[in-house]
Ligand binder design. Structure first.
Ligand code: ARG
Ligand code: ASP
Length: 719
């Protein structure tokens, strides 16, 4: 009886109209989603979103830098993304004299747009299912590494064939945990210039306090431009490059949104793990996250205090702090969300039903009968080792001094190798010398020293001694638990804590000086730690990932067989996806109801000149006072700032265009709501919302606050 009820609910669940969950492959939209999207209100077709026969919306979307999304909004390669996605680049152009991070930056002409070495954007040219050829010659008996090498060899052939005669790049990537493979052909541009960024009190309004939260008032956008050579092809930076003419750019809607409107998000979500067993979710929520949260909290306490006291430290550490804080807070929200949703128990209940289905058939029993037991076994075995690894990476290995010292390891190695010539050694020393100023520009020895003392304390006192490199036990004993003294000794004696010392050392470096590095206390800690990880943990972790990769592949396949009517979407893997849903508020707690949009009124309400994150820009205040919103105000006569919807998004979706039923740009995705941050592991339609910057607020800031009307004039505005 119980069983039939279960099957019934599951099949019913899989048939009802989807409530926002899913990150879908653009090439399969027509087959899997178009009907539903249109039923939800979409007026364009799947072919308008992705086509290889003619230009489509996909040609206006880019992977921005390593891990964000951007969209093209003009015929001259103008690109929008988030402020937090451009942050590192804005920071690199900032100094005490030109503090673009704090004050904002607006190029008044093409000539003033600033190049960003190392920054690139990538378009998807096309994708294609190549499962059969990728798996050619793969047999069930192969172990993971044999399988990987056959697939790698197959992929090479597929890729070579795909890019022949073009400047494109290509890769073959696994989907559904290696049950399917797709070819992705891409085009990358390297000359990307900074066009504009609002001041931090707009672009990062609310800072880390409001991060991952609703209601939100962050003007989280920045503006870049793609440059190409004279033939409109990708080229390295040159002053002769010209603005890129895109195949497609987005129209920008001034119409505004209403609750219940259809929306979709088109971008590059990074990683989700929706199909894991309960044991894995438990490990993330109850082991991995808590260790990292505690250690990151300690780093943040030191950095935040120093940033409050010193303007230079604020410039040096703001991007680093934002990165540390972002994942710190995400992990807190995720672990809470997993608990609140009873995700582990839900997974266990699912596994129970799954096991009954397996047991009901001898073939299934043979194929999947041991799967979950093996999972549980390997996770039990793995947890202490993974904890040890996380303690090291979030602890000692996140101390800047230790990481920096280790960047000299290659020099040490080469200096002692007979077959490496003196001139090669000198060249390497020169290369390290060239990096010194860049590294120390963003380094404060006192911040790092305090972090050292705090992290060493926690690491030595709390981490499992069984998996601790001997050097920590020895030093802990010799300093008798005085971690400040330990820190002082290391920072006073190490050459790697001072730009002058490193430079002087490298300027007259000859290979016999390697022994000075070997005696350096920071290098010794670094070398011992990395060696320990390599010898004692990496192999174990590698074995674990081999086993779980192969188990996950089988479990994924099994889940798809178990629920044949359910439409599965592959986990995010930084490839282009479409998520769709509706504009909608939510109820985060008993008796609390959240509205679906925020306004400028809320910025004024949050204002606090004493707190950096809540300073309100004076120009913004003046425009608020005079209600001078131009064409960007809402029909309710307020200035909308952000809105939320049920689109399923994750890290990497930041900067993604949020589009309306006609495919026009209505906003820029930048975050998720607190109660739904566990959506990378389990999506909850009641609580999961993506947060979008209303495009009208973005235009208002560009036009009215910054006075950069030339940029708005480049765009195609729809009224
Ligand atoms: N939470 C958002 C995302 O994961 C934005 C984070 C940037 N902002 C910040 N205050 N750190 O990337
Ligand atoms: N803020 C994230 C990003 O940077 C988006 C998210 O995790 O929802 O991609």
């Amino acid at each position: 009886m119980k069983k039939t009820i279960f099957f019934l609910t599951f099949f019913l669940l899989s048939l009802i109209v989807h409530a926002g969950e899913g990150m879908w492959l653009p090439i399969l939209l027509q087959q899997l989603n178009e009907k539903e999207m249109r039923a939800m209100g979409m007026r364009i077709t799947a072919d308008d979103i992705y086509s290889i026969n003619h230009s489509s919306l996909k040609d206006a979307i880019v992977l921005f830098g390593g891990g964000c999304t951007g969209e093209i909004v003009s015929g001259q390669g103008l690109l929008l993304t988030n402020h937090h996605c451009g942050y590192g680049n804005i920071q690199r152009h900032s100094s005490l004299e030109h503090d673009y991070l704090t004050d904002g930056f607006w190029a008044q002409s093409f000539a003033e747009e600033l190049p960003n070495p190392g920054l690139s954007v990538t378009f998807l040219v096309r994708m294609q299912d190549v499962t059969t050829s990728a798996l050619n010659n793969v047999t069930p008996r192969m172990n993971e590494s044999q399988r990987d090498s056959v697939i790698a060899a197959n992929s090479k052939i597929i890729v070579n064939e795909a890019v022949k005669g073009t400047h494109y790049k290509a890769s073959v990537r696994p989907f559904f945990a290696g049950n399917q493979y797709y070819l992705l052909v891409t085009e990358t541009f390297n000359d990307i210039r900074l066009v504009g960024a609002p001041p931090s009190n707009i672009g990062k309004f609310g800072g880390d306090t409001d991060n991952w939260m609703w209601p939100r008032h962050t003007g989280d956008f920045s503006v870049f431009r793609i440059y190409a050579d004279k033939n409109n092809n990708p080229a390295d930076y040159s002053k002769d490059n010209v603005p890129y003419t895109p195949k497609k750019y987005l129209n920008v809607s001034l119409k505004g949104v209403s609750e219940g409107d259809f929306t979709f998000v088109y971008g590059f979500p990074g990683t989700t793990q929706e199909y894991l067993p309960a044991a894995a979710v438990d490990m993330v929520a109850n082991h991995k996250n808590p260790i990292a949260i505690g250690l990151r909290q300690q780093r943040l306490d030191v950095i935040n205090q120093a940033m409050e006291q010193d303007r230079l430290v604020r410039i040096q550490y703001s991007a680093k702090a934002a990165g540390i804080a972002n994942f710190w807070k995400k992990m807190i929200g995720e672990s809470r969300g997993i608990k609140r949703l009873d995700a582990v128990d839900k997974k266990l209940a699912f596994e129970n039903d799954f096991s009954q289905w397996v047991a009901a058939d001898p073939y299934r029993e043979a194929a999947y009968g041991k799967l979950l037991a093996e999972y549980n076994h390997i996770y039990t075995d793995f947890i202490p080792k993974n904890n040890a690894y996380n303690y090291l990476t979030e602890g000692p290995l996140s101390i800047e001094l230790i990481r920096y010292a280790y960047s000299f390891n290659k020099l040490v190695q080469q200096s002692s190798q007979q077959n490496v010539t003196d001139s090669a050694v000198n060249a390497l020393a020169k290369q390290l010398h060239a990096g010194v100023d860049g590294y120390f520009k963003n380094y404060d020895i006192n911040v790092d020293r305090k972090i050292f003392a705090a992290l060493m304390n926690t690491y030595c006192e709390k981490a499992d001694a069984e998996y601790m490199p001997a050097i920590y036990k020895e030093l802990k004993a010799s300093y008798n638990g005085d971690y400040e003294k330990w820190a002082d000794d290391v920072f006073d004696r190490s050459i790697f804590a001072s730009a002058e010392k490193v430079k002087a050392f490298l300027e007259k470096y000859s290979r016999k000086d390697a022994k000075k590095i070997l005696k350096d206390p920071a290098f010794q800690l670094a070398a011992a730690t990395y060696a320990y990880v390599q010898l004692n943990l990496s192999k174990e972790l590698g074995r674990f990932y081999d086993v779980t990769d192969s188990l996950q592949r089988i479990y994924m396949k099994a889940q798809m067989e178990f629920l044949p009517k359910k439409q599965f979407y592959p986990d995010a893997n930084s490839t282009l996806r479409v998520a769709y849903g509706k504009v909608k508020g939510y109820e985060p707690a008993d008796a609390v109801e959240y509205n679906w949009f925020s306004t400028l009124d809320g910025i004024i309400q949050k204002e606090n000149p004493e707190i950096y994150d809540y300073v309100v820009d004076p120009r913004l205040k003046e425009l608020y006072r005079t209600k001078d919103y131009g064409p960007y105000g809402d029909r309710d006569s307020s200035m909308h700032v952000t809105f939320i919807a049920t689109n399923h998004t994750t890290g990497g979706n930041s900067g993604s265009p949020v589009l309306d039923a006609d495919g026009n740009l209505i906003g820029i995705n930048f975050d998720r709501c607190w109660e739904g941050t566990m959506s990378d592991l389990m999506y909850d339609p009641d609580q999961c919302r993506n947060i979008t910057l209303d495009i009208r607020y973005c235009l208002f800031v560009i036009d009215k606050v910054a006075g950069a009307k030339r940029l708005v004039e480049e765009m195609n505005l729809i009224n």
